[in-house]
Ligand binder design. Structure first.
Ligand SMILES: Nc1nc2c(c(=O)[nH]1)N[C@H]1C(S)=C(S)[C@@H](COP(=O)(O)OP(=O)(O)OC[C@H]3O[C@@H](n4cnc5c(=O)[nH]c(N)nc54)[C@H](O)[C@@H]3O)O[C@H]1N2
Ligand SMILES: Nc1nc2c(c(=O)[nH]1)N[C@H]1C(S)=C(S)[C@@H](COP(=O)(O)OP(=O)(O)OC[C@H]3O[C@@H](n4cnc5c(=O)[nH]c(N)nc54)[C@H](O)[C@@H]3O)O[C@H]1N2
Ligand code: SF4
Ligand SMILES: [Mo]
Length: 913
């Protein structure tokens, strides 16, 4: 417990869908620490590197604190009060609806909202405005799984529990890097496999990720070839008679058609399509076929695909064909990404859904919900899905757009289109916790939202478990809880719309929203009408279904072989393999894959405020296979231009032997704020799956070429990092390359790197120095403005305060950047004898002073204990195994998120030896 903390509030982590319980330590005003909640059934007290550093995030300088209104296009925003802000919004929405109809407005919301927030938005859009134009970022995330479950099983419900994962004999992890993205589940799996070494883990991923450290078999399939693989496995299961015909006959339909389709997926064809060996394919099939308990886990490598729904169906087919569903340790288990993606599905927060797992297209469903809400009818017109919605904003059909708790100007594919649409939209409202996101730039009205630790409600995790989210402290400034903003706006809009009866949004506490919502689940597959805040308070988190009168929640679905479809049977879906939309060709010879890093969350609005979360990976690096590097004569750290059919980006490149030849990887996190050029998604495509409308974020055709940018700039400056970032980023528009990050641990500093074809004008450089605080005060300078014989002008600034280096900027010649940074990081005294001796080297064009061996320790592997990769490698060279490393260095002893990577280094050492 943090020493100054006097109170503890139990809540839920705001990051991933594992849904870990956290104990927030605070003094009533500030959050001072977090620890895992030992009583929470998702994590039993553990937290990963992100959860464990929650208290270090959320720099107030980055938060949205007051409503801000733009008085006209092209003008800036000014602070306003809530009354004026929401009246203005209600006027604009009412006018637009009156003039252009209800479908001229839209709501784009998020899997990170709480269930109560979602419910308010749904009621607002469908009952009050009368539009189905309400979609969420879950469209980019879970919509293929939603369609997958519904088509095959009849309802959108992951049938398994976390404990099933621990009890499986064979586990298929496909398109999921759970070591990074669901770390606490991965910890549970590590422990389960250690206890049961017989357990077989198969990982299917084009990359050799950290998740593969637990794999008995890694199938590095060709990008997008999952359906071919899964059909190929079923082909072999049929051939070997490893099929549960009794289950198929009693509980399913459509097997014959599937059987004829998979007959075409002979091993020779499959191994060619997937680029794997026949031995591996057969091993995979034989483990699945012979396993008493078979469970699959999947995530974005499956869902984010133009064949996302076919991939989901092919996974579920395997389970139905082998009868591996509804039993302990078995079943098709899709992992949800966001903390409340499940709540979004339950409350109907995709444009085609309605609350309680209902469908817009179903007239009975519409009538039921309309009656409950006391309106004559709900809109029949199907709503627009995320990609279509932004296209409609771009074409001018949508004239007022409300965005809450998501950052589409960073996370949607084909960013040029998205930015254009937001720029042209007549009225954009952004309801955000952090003021500086890429999307906030386009807000005509910015509404400050309360965030983690500041709000009350509920969320549902991947295993259908509903947990309470609790408020520990008041929101900063005038920020308000999302449900309260939404309901306040709805009341004002209600008063302005002609036919609307009053009083439908008179909620004063989120519990009232939950109580109203839960009735809409009654007698539906997800029936949670037996739950309430009091029960969750008394008995802790619970899994749905939990109908009224139930004694407990439901661990596992479909144990009786009865499925929630019209005839009670599950359905085999027969769909052939379709390759990804963009095939490699001469102009775009590489396939770009994108995904998560261990310590960053999406667009980094929160994780980007904690320096230690940059220590694992500090820059957006494009990974390439060693041969692709060699072919292009690239060395590590070289700047390259990455081009796709939609946009281009300049980043550094690095050899990545976890990739296959022809593949490239970029982390998804860097947007236009931390990296010049609209971010990673400037490159990705918006082609989507025909049924789920989920875009193909994992496979974009790209080309990579070295780019020569002789002028380089490197700076580090302590304190006020968020303010400085805001001031410096706009100055970088003219540079070919610029990126920002944070450095440090106890003290944090802003890091800035830039490069360009030529040196910038003196005035621009001076403004950079000014915002870096290096124009005056105790600053040492070196200026050589000559630009002769191909030499660039050189300018250096080094700031020394209280006997310590506190900042520097090197321009034109940046050799000393690493040791200067090390000097800062180690808080070396510049006043003692050795420090004074170092001073004369500070401005010298050397990588380090003669005799100084101080090299940068490299990336931090263990965030909790601050252990570098170099230290771990040295330990391994001394002969340490994992336990010895833990004992000697402390790495891996806290959250354990770095253990897979340490294992990989150990394995590498064995191979090299
Ligand atoms: N640290 C961290 N954790 C997170 C998040 C975060 O931002 N940061 N976000 C959360 C969210 S919202 C989500 S949705 C989840 C995502 O969790 P994951 O889906 O596990 O993460 P990704 O890195 O997006 O992608 C998973 C893997 O899919 C692989 N892949 C790419 N193409 C294919 C393919 O064609 N077939 C197969 N089989 N695999 C392929 C990629 O190489 C990658 O390793 O993570 C959640 N957890
Ligand atoms: N290339 C590529 N792109 C991807 C993906 C990929 O794998 N590759 N993955 C996709 C997936 S799966 C997802 S889920 C999306 C995620 O994409 P986004 O939804 O854009 O991701 P976040 O950055 O988490 O956005 C959430 C925003 O809500 C704000 N916020 C936090 N708490 C609160 C709150 O309590 N209230 C309000 N109102 N705001 C709050 C945060 O500051 C943040 O700006 O990205 C998608 N984009
Ligand atoms: S695994 Fe990590 S990020 Fe996910 S909920 Fe748990 S602590 Fe939070
Ligand atoms: Mo996601």
């Amino acid at each position: 417990m943090n020493k100054r903390a006097t109170q503890t509030t139990a809540s839920t982590c705001c990051y991933c869908g594992v849904g870990c319980g956290v104990l927030i330590e605070h003094d009533g005003e500030r959050i001072l620490g977090v620890s895992g909640d030992p009583a929470h059934p998702a994590n039993f007290g553990k937290l990963c590197s992100k959860g464990a550093s929650l208290h270090l995030t959320g720099d107030l300088a980055a938060r949205a604190l007051y409503p801000e209104l733009r008085l006209g296009k092209g003008l800036g925003r000014t602070r306003t009060d809530w009354n004026s802000a929401l009246d203005h919004a209600a006027d604009r929405f009412a006018d637009t609806i009156r003039e252009h109809g209800p479908d001229s407005v839209a709501f784009y919301i998020s899997g990170q909202l709480l269930t109560e927030d979602y419910y308010a938005f749904n009621k607002l859009a469908r009952a009050l405005v009368g539009t189905n134009n309400i979609d969420s970022n879950s469209r980019l995330c879970m919509s293929s799984a939603v369609v997958g479950y519904k088509r095959s099983l009849g309802a959108d419900a992951p049938p398994c529990s976390y404990e099933d994962m621990e009890q499986a004999d064979t586990l298929l992890i496909i398109g999921s890097n759970m070591a990074y993205a669901h770390p606490i589940l991965f910890r549970r799996l590590e422990a389960a496999k250690a206890a049961n070494p017989q357990m077989k883990v198969i990982v299917v991923d084009p990359r050799r990720t950290d998740t593969c450290e637990l794999a008995d078999l890694h199938l590095a399939i060709a990008p997008g070839s999952d359906v071919a693989l899964l059909h190929g496995v079923l082909h072999l299961l049929l051939e070997q008679g490893r099929i549960d015909h009794t289950f198929i006959a009693a509980h399913t339909e459509g097997f014959d058609a599937l059987q004829s389709l998979v007959a075409e997926y002979e091993p020779a064809r499959v191994t060619e399509l997937c680029a794997i060996s026949e031995a591996d394919l057969r091993r995979c099939a034989s483990w699945i076929g012979s396993s008493p308990r078979f469970l699959s886990l999947w995530c974005m490598g499956v869902n984010q695909s133009t064949a996302g729904t076919a991939k989901n169906a092919a996974i579920i087919n395997l389970h139905l064909a082998t009868g591996q569903i509804g039993k302990v340790g078995s079943g098709p288990f899709s992992l949800t990404g966001q903390p409340n993606a499940m709540g979004g599905r339950e409350t109907g927060s995709l444009s085609n859904l309605l609350p309680g797992h209902r469908e817009v297209a179903n007239p009975e469903h519409r009538a039921e919900v309309a009656a409950y809400w006391g309106v004559d009818r709900l809109p029949e017109m199907p709503g627009l899905s995320a990609i279509e919605l932004f296209d409609a904003v771009g074409s001018g059909k949508i004239k007022a757009l409300w965005i809450a708790c998501t950052n589409p100007a960073q996370s949607m594919p084909d960013q040029h289109k998205v930015h254009q649409a937001l720029r042209d939209c007549p009225f954009v409202v952004v309801q955000e916790a952090f003021a500086n996101t890429e999307t906030c730039r386009y807000a005509d009205l910015l509404l400050p939202a309360a965030s983690w630790g500041e709000k009350e409600g509920t969320v549902t995790n991947s295993e259908r478990r509903i947990s309470r989210v609790r408020r520990a402290i008041a929101a900063p400034g005038e920020a308000r809880a999302d449900w309260s903003i939404t309901c306040d706006f709805a009341r004002r809009l209600e008063a302005r719309l002609p036919a609307a009866p009053v009083g439908r949004f008179a909620f004063t506490h989120p519990e009232q929203l939950f109580e109203e919502y839960k009735v809409l689940t009654r007698r539906r597959d997800l029936d949670l009408s037996g739950l309430g805040y009091a029960l969750l308070e008394a008995r802790g988190p619970q899994q749905w279904p939990f109908p009224e009168g139930a004694k407990q929640g439901t661990t596992r679905l479909y144990g009786d072989g009865h499925f929630p479809s019209a005839n009670g049977r599950a359905r085999f879906i027969t769909e052939a393999y379709q390759p990804p939309r963009e095939q490699r060709d001469e102009r775009y010879p590489l396939t770009l894959n994108t995904g998560r890093l261990r310590d960053q969350w999406h667009g980094m609005s929160r994780t980007g405020t904690a320096a230690r979360l940059f220590a694992h990976v500090e820059e957006p690096l494009l990974g390439l296979h060693p041969q692709d590097m060699a072919q292009r004569q690239l060395e590590d750290g070289r700047l390259v231009e990455v081009r796709s059919r939609r946009g281009a980006l300049v980043v550094r490149v690095q050899t990545d032997s976890s990739l296959q030849q022809g593949q490239a990887f970029l982390p998804m996190h860097w947007g236009d704020r931390f990296l010049k050029g609209l971010g990673i998604n400037a490159l990705t495509l918006s082609a989507f799956d025909p049924l789920s409308k989920q875009p193909e974020l994992k496979h974009a055709g790209i080309d990579v070429q070295p780019i020569d940018l002789p002028w380089t700039f490197h700076a580090l400056i302590e304190d006020d990092v968020q303010q400085r970032l805001e001031a410096l980023r706009p100055l970088c528009e003219t540079f070919a390359y610029a990126s920002f990050g944070l450095a440090g641990r106890e003290t944090s500093a802003l890091l800035m790197r830039a490069a360009h074809h030529h040196a910038p004008a003196a005035a621009l450089l001076s403004r950079l120095h000014e915002h870096l605080g290096l124009n005056d005060g105790p600053v040492m300078r070196y200026d050589d403005p000559r630009e002769t014989q191909g030499c660039l002008p050189i300018h250096k600034r080094v700031r020394i305060e209280d006997g310590r280096l506190t900042g520097f900027a090197l321009s034109g010649e940046t050799r000393a950047r690493n040791w200067l940074r090390e000097l800062w990081q180690s808080q070396t005294s510049m006043d003692d004898d050795s420090g004074r001796a170092l001073r004369r080297w500070l401005l010298a064009p050397v990588e380090s002073p003669p005799g100084e061996t101080r090299a940068r320790a490299g990336k931090t592997l263990c965030t909790c204990m601050n252990v570098s990769e170099t230290a771990v490698r040295e330990g391994i060279e001394r002969g340490c195994d994992l336990n010895a490393l833990k004992q000697n260095l402390g790495c891996g002893t806290q959250c354990g998120s770095c253990v897979p990577e340490i294992r990989r280094l150990l394995a590498l050492q064995t191979i090299e030896a």
